[in-house]
Design a protein around this ligand. Structure first.
Ligand SMILES: Cc1ncc(COP(=O)(O)O)c(C=O)c1O
Length: 374
């Protein structure tokens, strides 16, 4: 289609009118075949991996429809659907070489820091942390070895927000070779399109809002330029952590309701956040105003265990972004591998709770919290 269409239309129609499907299926079929016949030696010699299929680690029809949709959704050049959010983090960072330097925000999903530590110890990559406050301070951290800047916005779990446009402008004016990478898991492209704001690559844990039903593990990388896309494509077929056909289909199906789900998450989270703000037993609420993620501090650490035990609708479980509301304690769960002093410095204390507000009725969620807080 040449006409510009809205995101709701793009997603609702994803996979429909797919040229490669002779049956005219409205819902994309799941192609389980791991390999595909070549018509001739000549065809194999002139094989075009962008339009044809040979082996499913390179590409497979269901995943290709998903990747095309994800790339359009994030306004990128090429998307890669991989087996987990961490596989996406790994793929995006696969451009790094020994001796490279990375600047990252100091508050990120704990597993991303664990992978940074791995890269430092095993691959000789150096990391500097930036607290997200002043771009002038970020500039001080850049040097001639800096190859990549990594942020999450809002960050997990303390909800720091970074102006992607200003950051990308500053970093690229220092060197156009530095890659600006944004983990867009919390806001999703419904609220934020990093590539349009000047970033070079976007990463998602598709386990969260993109799939949205707490039923699959997946990750996404979207490259903003052909040069980066080619490098990532080569690394991806080499490392081989692709999303399988069934989960590709499930993720494609879930994407169709992403805009409507994100709006409902926001509506519910706003109601819960403003209720939490009025509570005497709540010290502070961190809510950026949109999306479904709220972090809040209880005044009394003793109350945390009681709250988690008493909740009847909201589940005490890891992960986020699904229709079912979940609550976690980052101090003991997602960020446990971070040194205690670092956790406390960032505000990841034992009193901090991270609530992923789902799609239940907000009044029920509030009354669940009310009875559990006692
Ligand atoms: C912001 C963010 N990025 C990446 C990941 C890793 O994703 P996955 O658990 O799908 O590997 C997570 C997981 O919680 C996350 O919250």
């Amino acid at each position: 289609m040449t006409r510009k269409i809205a995101v709701e239309t793009l997603l609702a129609q994803a996979g429909n009118r797919n040229d490669g499907d002779a049956q005219c299926s409205v819902s994309t079929p799941i192609y389980l075949s791991s390999n595909f016949r070549h018509a001739s030696l000549e065809e194999a010699r002139n094989f075009d991996e962008k339009t044809q299929y040979a082996y499913s680690r390179m590409s497979t029809p269901t995943r290709r429809v998903l990747e095309k949709t994800l790339s359009e959704l994030e306004c990128g050049v090429q998307a890669f659907a991989v087996s987990s959010g961490m596989a996406a983090v790994k793929l995006a960072l696969s451009v790094l070489k020994q001796g490279d330097h990375v600047v990252s925000l100091d508050d990120l999903y704990g597993g991303t820091f664990r992978y940074f530590d791995y890269l430092h110890e095993h691959c000789g990559v150096d990391f500097s942390k930036w607290d997200g406050r002043s771009l002038a301070e970020l500039k001080e951290l850049l040097n001639e070895r800096t190859r990549l800047v990594w942020i999450e916005t809002p960050s997990n779990p303390t909800m720091k927000e970074v102006d992607i446009e200003k950051l990308a402008e500053l970093v690229h004016s220092f060197s156009s070779d530095i890659i600006v990478a944004v983990d867009n898991t919390f806001y999703t492209p419904i609220y934020q399109k990093p590539l349009e704001l000047g970033a070079d690559v976007v990463v998602h844990s598709a386990t969260k809002y993109l799939s949205g039903h707490n039923d699959l593990l997946g990750g996404v990388v979207v490259a903003g330029s052909s040069k980066l896309a080619d490098e990532l494509y080569f690394n991806n077929i080499t490392m081989g952590a692709n999303l399988d056909p069934f989960d590709s289909w499930l993720l494609l199906r879930s994407l169709k309701t992403l805009p409507i789900r994100m709006r409902a998450h926001t509506e519910n989270a706003r109601a819960v956040a403003s209720w939490l703000e009025k509570r005497d037993d709540v010290e502070r609420v961190l809510y950026p105003g949109k999306g479904g993620m709220i972090s809040f501090y209880l005044k009394d650490e003793e109350k945390v265990a009681h709250l988690l035990k008493s909740l009847e609708i909201i589940s005490f479980a890891e992960s986020l972004g699904g229709v079912e509301s979940l609550i976690t304690v980052p101090y003991v769960q997602t960020h446990h591998d971070m040194p205690v002093e670092e956790r406390l410095r960032l505000g990841i204390t034992p009193e901090l709770l991270r609530l992923s507000v789902g799609l239940e009725n907000s009044a029920d969620l509030i009354s669940d919290l009310e009875q559990a807080l006692g």
